[in-house]
Design a protein around this ligand. Sequence first.
Ligand SMILES: Cc1ncc(COP(=O)(O)O)c(C=O)c1O
Length: 473
Amino acid sequence: MTHERRPTEVVNAIAKQHPVVHRSWSRPRPVIDYGEGIYLFDQDGKRYIDGSSGTSVIANIGQGVWSVVEAMYEQGKRVSFAAPHVFTNEPMLKLGQMVKERAPGNLRDNCRIWFSCTGSNAVDDAVRLARQYAVARGKPMKYVVVSRWQQFHGNDLGAAGLAGHTARRRLLYPMFVNSPHIPPAYCYRCPFGDSHPDCGLKCALALETMIRQIGEENVMAFVAEPVVGAALASLPAPEGYFEVIRDICDRYGVLLIVDEVMTAWGRLGAWFAMEQYGVTPDIIATSKGLTAGYTPLACTIAAEEIWQVIEDTGAPFMAGHTMSENPVSCAAAVATLEYLEATDLISNSKEVGAYLLERLRELLDLDIVGDVRGRGLMCGLEFVKNKETKEPFPPELKVCGLVFSEALERGLITFPCTGCVDGVAGDMMLVTPPLIITQEQIDEMIDIFKESIKAAQARLADWKPPSEQKIHY
Ligand SMILES: Cc1ncc(COP(=O)(O)O)c(C=O)c1O
């Protein structure tokens, strides 16, 4: 589509008139107008393919699903909000039942669900729940949550302590409770210099060492993303990893919390990632695809036994937000899950996801694409300066930002991420289109992506040190 773009100065001038803060100061933002399926259109009429499903892995069912909009509208007409300390509500009760029936492994029909607003809430509530459970069981010394490097768990101060993304933690470092971190399960850059499966999964065994060092009487939980999203660009766990983790957690009385904020609700070709790994966690934090971006909602799912122990104390669960249990959001989630089922999008995610991964692997022919990975429609790639040595680009080059801006110019939305090597260096890109994407649309997306990476490569070839040249994106 050809279109007239407003000059950057004009867009910047418009942006300056509005007292709102965006995520970057420098890049002018097009104003979104409307969306249709996997496409978004700005007010200048430019079309974008949503290659990341929002920021990111949210808009799973695409734009303009009327059954979801109508469900929200009908609920809003009836009652938009009612104090959770007084009432329960019909959509939440229905949604709770639906989640329970779809929960993975032994949690299926054997769990209760707590609703909140954001993925960060869901993770924080998972930790609160683990703590209240430990205290209720007479183990008040259990408070340590072991985490992993190169993971992301949200943007509040609690999650900052769990997260293993150095660049995001630095500013806040003295202000949060720091978790001990074990190395990531990252075969492309194995922290132990081994290769799977001969490695014996040292990355998983590191949990046992950590628990023994801290003392099992102090360790309350271990938290992990089943497929690491923004911190490692859609990196699935190696085969056998979660079985080893589950066994260690069981032997030391440590709860296994999985952060399925990105991975649940069909993204990988199953309701939950843990269903695919065949391992049942104790607690799941999830959000994003639950309402597919139509409105915010999150939930924390935990084994019945955990809730029962707390219920037996008579104390309420010590968490909650004023906007939790929102009936309009719950109605949106019910309609989203019904839509996923009616259109069999979970199967599509598996099938079309395999095609996406295959097409992405073609990009390994390009000079700077070092690795391609993923599962279902949660894929990603890693850029390297040297494919032999896997040397990353210097962070100041902002290579993933460069590819991002080239793709955006060509009408493709991608999600750049950094820090895979040491929390700072290492450029990556998430490729996570909506689950409704077709093979033809993937072909179009890959063509644009390829062109964008080539354009970025050309710009990198001309690159001079920052003192001599500034790259704007
Ligand atoms: C794995 C993971 N956990 C937690 C969060 C936090 O979710 P939210 O941004 O909704 O608070 C995110 C957000 O990207 C995430 O990717």
